[in-house]
Design a protein around this ligand. Structure first.
Ligand code: AHR
Length: 329
């Protein structure tokens, strides 16, 4: 009888523990912070690294439930994704915007639903800046100015400062902060240097394929160039392929100078091998930064409205194999 009572007690204890376990799991699930993230697309190595950083940081182990949407480089898909997030009543919306304009209405809808919005990477231009809580990303104008200053120095060192310079400008997605600001830096430099000329502006949309096609067609017309100013690494890869096919020397000393943005590992390797002359860094590792902003808001703190990340640049004179090997993306 005594044995029987013990067995019943044991059974009850096991059932109680199981019930507690279930309740704990439910409570834990309830505590996950639900985040809807609208990503631009997967147009570049930079973007893939950015997506990996965001998904790694906003994971369940870190207390988040992430709803990820890839907009495939279309703003209408981003608007749809944000409206879906609102319907799903997420706790936060994170937006990596394709372009600066066109967000006022949808962000007003998020505000009406009382969902805070965090902007990451490129910026947005809205009438009422309180429609978003915080932004974190790069100083794209400073990146462009870094490239331009490097070019000035390089030409001066080679005694070519007064010579005519023909620049092929490959641009990123029209209206994106990265495009607007990197283009502005070059346009301002061309204004300041009467001997510099932009021979063409090609809309490469941040992809290798598009850049390759455009540069190939451009070169087939027999145009001559001294510099390629390419607003991301993948477009540089496309341009390099087209230059190679056209039998035009590039990189190193004496070839068409290649100035590139992002500094992903493959571009750094190209720089080390003398194929790319300058890699201006654009840091994609925003996941932990966004997670920290959300945690600040959860703690009732008010994060900074704007956070610019630190960035650097690499040329073949400064780059080492160790730097390339240590690159995370
Ligand atoms: O907004 C950052 C830019 O977007 C990166 O330079 C580019 O590679 C990406 O697609």
């Amino acid at each position: 009888m005594k044995k029987m009572t013990c067995l019943v007690c044991l059974l009850l204890a096991v059932m109680l523990l199981a019930a507690c376990g279930q309740r704990d799991a439910a409570v834990q699930e309830e505590r996950l912070i639900r985040v809807g993230f609208s990503q631009v697309g997967s147009e570049s190595d930079w973007r893939m690294a950015n997506t990996a950083s965001m998904t790694a940081a906003l994971c369940e182990e870190n207390g988040f439930e992430l709803i990820f949407d890839n907009a495939k480089q279309r703003q209408e898909n981003q608007l749809l994704a944000i409206r879906n997030f609102i319907q799903q009543d997420v706790d936060y919306i994170v937006l990596a915007p394709i372009a600066e304009s066109g967000w006022d209405d949808v962000l007003q809808e998020a505000r009406d639903a009382k969902i805070p919005v965090i902007i990451v990477d490129r910026q947005i231009s809205v009438e009422d800046k309180s429609l978003y809580t915080s932004w974190v990303g790069s100083d794209f104008l400073a990146e462009g100015q870094t490239a331009v200053r490097w070019l000035e120095k390089k030409l001066a060192e080679e005694g070519r400062a007064e010579e005519p310079l023909r620049i092929l400008h490959i641009q990123g997605t029209d209206g994106a902060t990265a495009q607007i600001m990197r283009s502005r830096a070059l346009d301002e430099a061309v204004e300041a240097h009467p001997e510099w000329e932009i021979v063409a502006k090609l809309p490469g949309e941040y992809t290798e394929a598009k850049s390759y096609e455009l540069v190939r067609d451009f070169l087939s017309r027999g145009e001559e160039i001294d510099v390629v100013y390419s607003e991301n690494d993948n477009m540089s890869f496309g341009a390099i392929r087209a230059l190679e096919e056209a039998g035009i020397a590039y990189g190193g000393d004496g070839g068409v100078l290649i100035l590139s943005f992002d500094a992903v590992r493959e571009a750094l390797q190209d720089c080390l091998e003398g194929k790319i002359n300058l890699c201006v860094e654009c840091n994609p590792l925003h996941g932990p930064r966004v997670a920290a902003l959300i945690q600040q808001l959860e703690a009732g703190e008010q994060p900074a409205k704007e956070t610019y990340v630190d960035e650097t640049s690499f040329s073949s004179d400064t780059l080492t194999e160790e730097i390339v090997r240590a690159r995370d993306y």
